[in-house]
Design a protein around this ligand. Structure first.
Ligand code: HSE
Length: 404
């Protein structure tokens, strides 16, 4: 029997217990031994819960129990979760987590600690919820040089953008409805400002490069400035707007990483990813393109990914699963030096000035929006575009990057 502890009996933690129980025959078979949830750590008591008797309030009970071999950290945050993870790994207990904040902030240190103590730190659930993406990058695509990763990595913002697109509604009203239905947090900042997607692309970029990508150095722009008119003009151009998290190899030692709303064309593989779904599009130098799609959040999808890590740990007790993510900092190029096209919306009076600055643009107009037009610029360096766009400040209504 392999004894497991769960830290945090919230949405994901209770999901972990549920997945182990519901699929116990298969989970045990695939683990090569019976898994037993011995402890659940939480500040609260759960009277009447079938696992009530397993609830403890002191982490020392878990870390000092030699029978516990695997710990699921589903607490979140970088306070107690960080301290408990370090103590668990130092005690030779493997840790499986859904905590992207902790993985993005301390991944290499915790991986090193796990290796030194002959155990594992696994984090499949930290990116894309239930979508297998960490294991494909670590195992299946190891023969590849990964050239680019482009993802829709946040379900809340994808839900909001999909609703705006389908209903012609503005950001604020869709956000409010999403909050009322419980699809968006009461404090939605981490999602709508792109910070959640930023942490996730930092993790994927680190695995892509084998070096640490600091999430705080990734250019991050959220969706709060996207308007109903942006979608109307985008539609007219046959395009959609998605919050993309992307990372591209620039040369052997450098990469570009960014989170930003982007216009994508109707035939882009990420165009069909709608609502709360996530997807990760990976370009390898031998395989070419592959895409990973599914539920990026939610109790059981996320818990399923945590339990897949528990099974991996059970199969590798006493052995270290290799993960290429060094503490050495990866070099990121400034996005000012990267080039792309831009979608711009202007008041009609700005048309001549736009032509003077951007050359032969093709203005797009919509019958029922009389006082403005939109166009797509030629491919330009970010800093050159920013200079030109600043000259249009009297007419500017918005700009969005275009991802080809
Ligand atoms: N808030 C996140 C999302 C949850 O909306 O995708 C999963 O990390």
């Amino acid at each position: 029997m392999i004894h497991v502890a769960v830290l945090g009996y919230g949405t994901v933690g209770s999901g972990v217990v549920e997945v182990i129980e519901t699929n116990k025959d298969m989970v045990n078979k695939k683990s090569g031994d019976e898994l037993n949830v011995k402890y659940i750590l939480d500040l609260r008591d759960f009277p009447g819960d079938p696992y009530e008797a397993k609830v403890v309030h002191d982490f020392n009970v878990i870390v000092n129990d030699p029978e516990v071999k695997i710990i699921c950290e589903t607490m979140g945050g970088v306070g107690a979760a960080y301290a408990f993870t370090k103590q668990a790994l130092e005690a030779g207990k493997s840790v499986c987590t859904s905590n992207k904040e902790l993985v993005a902030a301390h991944g290499p240190e915790l991986l090193k600690l796990a290796k030194a103590n002959n155990c594992n730190y696994l984090f499949e659930a930290s990116v894309g919820g239930g979508i297998p993406i960490i294991r494909p990058l670590n195992y299946s695509l190891t023969a590849e040089r990964i050239e680019a990763i482009t993802g829709i990595l946040n379900g809340t913002t994808n839900y909001i953008l999909s609703k705006m697109e389908n209903e012609g509604a503005d950001f604020d009203s869709v956000l409010k409805k999403a909050q009322d239905k419980g699809y968006a947090e009461r404090n939605p900042e981490a999602d709508v400002e792109g910070h959640d997607a930023c942490r996730k692309i930092a993790i994927l970029s680190s695995l892509m490069l084998g070096k640490n990508v600091d999430s705080e150095k990734i250019y991050t722009e959220g969706i709060t400035k996207i308007t109903a008119n942006d979608f109307t003009f985008a539609k007219k151009l046959g395009m959609s707007i998605k919050l993309l998290a992307m990372s591209k190899e620039v040369d052997e030692n450098k990469a570009m990483a960014m989170v930003s709303p982007c216009l994508i064309s109707a035939d882009h593989p990420l165009k069909m990813v709608n609502g709360v779904f996530n997807a990760v599009f990976v370009r390898g130098n031998m395989l070419g393109d592959s895409m990973y799609y599914g539920k990026g959040a939610g109790k059981l999808p996320t818990a399923s990914a945590v339990v897949s890590d528990v099974i991996d740990c059970a199969r590798h007790l006493g052995k270290v699963i290799m993960c290429f993510w060094d503490a050495e900092e990866a070099q990121l190029v400034s996005i000012d030096e990267t080039s792309r096209k831009f979608f711009v919306r202007l008041k009609n009076a700005g048309e001549d000035k736009a032509k003077e600055l951007f050359g032969d643009i093709k203005p797009v107009r919509v019958e029922w929006i009389e006082d403005e037009f939109a166009f797509i610029t030629p491919k330009l360096k970010e800093k050159d575009f920013a200079e030109k766009y600043a000259c249009l400040s009297d007419y500017a209504l918005g700009r969005i990057r275009v991802e080809e």
